[in-house]
Ligand binder design. Structure first.
Ligand SMILES: *[C@@H]1O[C@H](CO)[C@@H](O)[C@H](O)[C@H]1NC(C)=O
Ligand SMILES: *[C@@H]1O[C@H](CO)[C@@H](O)[C@H](O)[C@H]1NC(C)=O
Ligand SMILES: *[C@@H]1O[C@H](CO)[C@@H](O)[C@H](O)[C@H]1NC(C)=O
Ligand SMILES: *[C@@H]1O[C@H](CO)[C@@H](O)[C@H](O)[C@H]1NC(C)=O
Ligand SMILES: *[C@@H]1O[C@H](CO)[C@@H](O)[C@H](O)[C@H]1NC(C)=O
Ligand SMILES: *[C@@H]1O[C@H](CO)[C@@H](O)[C@H](O)[C@H]1NC(C)=O
Ligand SMILES: *[C@@H]1O[C@H](CO)[C@@H](O)[C@H](O)[C@H]1NC(C)=O
Length: 363
């Protein structure tokens, strides 16, 4: 938003650019937490009817509309491969969707598994998607370490809270709670976010959340999915904390309040992307490599270190594009104020359906 503002121009990515960015994401997303991030980005971009951010009013249809059948195919492939691999382990009962020391990351794949169940994919390939999702849910509650008040640890065996868990776990709980009409599980999504805020918010750093790279962005991305007033307030709180640290080039440092760390463009993408809108490749875009990777970004495999390409950053771009599209379709409210207001003021004019893309800006 800020960058759009700086440019004085609001623009869309061309579909060919989206394709290239999606291809890089598909190519790069090969780690357990990246499957979930990719599936969620694909849903938001190509099948919003089924994304966590969309159906807070009505449940999505069991039978898939014909115009998104092929888009959902990629998401079902992720769910299928994960559930097949899981069945090879011969473990029964509570277990993660994919074996890992991280408690949160496997849960992020759960959204695609729940969706596969909901739309009857099991009848086509014989897999028990509902059982796989249920085992993952029970594993969170029964096997994962927790704080005394119930915040899930990021690690199964020891107590560690990482802010990216907010992106990984609550969306799964929210999706599960809504599809099975279980208020307890839905409420747990909110509770986890509340507890994570309690532990990670650093009032001494004007409400920036403590912890690791991408921390603030991941947290915001997860919060949006539950769309409640508190959550919106907490998202604004993070934005307020972040925006005092934006640099004149429109970028944030990897650690926003530490100017000896490198720039991370996952945020800036949004803007600049933007600006070369008429091209058919991403090569004309600022902050993209000719191959279509966002740059510079944090190394997703070694936080604190600058990296060359990040599947997560690619997913964020697609989520931004989806939100941008939805915002425009909804009448682009706040455009004028956006041009006149100071950056952190504009955030306030942005309505909930669009909030999820703001995480890009604050990555
Ligand atoms: C699919 O069709 C529905 C109803 O005609 C429409 O509202 C929706 O935007 C379409 N979705 C896509 C991704 O084209
Ligand atoms: C799972 O069980 C099958 C059949 O009993 C066996 O062949 C296979 O080695 C087992 N896999 C693992 C990972 O233990
Ligand atoms: C989860 O906890 C149950 C009960 O404590 C235990 O029997 C089971 O082996 C655990 N599952 C895994 C995958 O660790
Ligand atoms: C699986 O889908 C069916 C409807 O197709 C639904 O009734 C059930 O609650 C779902 N189970 C889970 C765990 O989502
Ligand atoms: C809702 O989920 C919780 C946690 O898994 C479970 O204990 C409870 O029985 C469920 N409620 C209903 C109505 O299914
Ligand atoms: C970096 O931040 C420190 C502490 O906030 C400040 O004193 C210093 O002037 C800053 N350096 C630059 C180059 O902005
Ligand atoms: C800022 O980052 C550098 C690494 O680039 C680190 O050595 C230093 O401790 C950080 N400063 C603070 C105040 O966290």
């Amino acid at each position: 938003m800020v960058l759009f503002f700086v440019a004085g121009l609001l623009q869309n990515l061309a579909s060919a650019q989206i394709s290239v960015i999606s291809e890089r994401l598909a190519q790069g997303a090969v780690h357990r937490w990246e499957y979930g991030a990719r599936a969620e980005a694909l849903l938001e971009l190509n099948a919003p009817t089924y994304s966590v951010v969309s159906f807070n009013v009505v449940l999505p249809p069991h039978s898939i509309p014909s115009n998104i059948t092929s888009a959902l195919g990629e998401v079902f492939t992720i769910a299928h491969n994960i559930v097949v691999a899981r069945s090879l382990s011969n473990i029964t009962g509570p277990q993660p969707l994919i074996a890992d020391t991280s408690a949160g990351d496997p849960a992020s794949i759960g959204v695609s598994v729940l969706l596969a169940n909901w739309t009857g994919q099991g009848a086509l390939d014989g897999l028990d998607y509902a059982g796989a999702a249920q085992d993952q849910l029970h594993y969170l509650f029964q096997n994962v370490s927790k704080t005394k008040d119930g915040a899930f640890s990021r690690r199964v065996d020891q107590l560690q809270l990482w802010s990216d868990c907010v992106y990984m776990v609550p969306p799964f709980l929210a999706y599960y709670g809504v599809l099975t009409q279980n208020q307890t599980i839905l409420g747990e999504a909110y509770t986890q976010i509340r507890l994570y805020r309690k532990y990670l918010r650093d009032t001494a750093a004007s409400n920036l959340w403590k912890h690791i790279q991408l921390g603030n962005a991941w947290a915001t991305a997860g919060m949006i999915r539950s769309q409640q007033n508190d959550l919106a307030h907490w998202v604004h709180e993070i934005h307020g904390a972040m925006y005092s640290h934006i640099n004149s080039n429109g970028l944030f440092y990897n650690y926003a309040d530490n100017n000896t760390t490198f720039y991370d463009a996952s945020s800036t993408v949004t803007s600049s992307t933007a600006l070369a809108g008429t091209g058919t490749t991403v090569s004309g875009l600022l902050h993209f490599t000719p191959e279509g990777w966002l740059t510079p970004v944090v190394n997703p495999y070694s936080y604190g270190v600058q990296g060359s390409d990040s599947p997560e950053a690619q997913a964020f771009i697609l989520e931004l594009q989806a939100a941008w599209r939805d915002w425009v379709a909804d009448g682009a409210h706040g455009t004028n104020s956006a041009r006149e207001a100071r950056p952190h003021v504009l955030m306030i004019g942005v309505i909930l359906p669009v909030l999820h893309w703001l995480m890009i800006v604050i990555t």
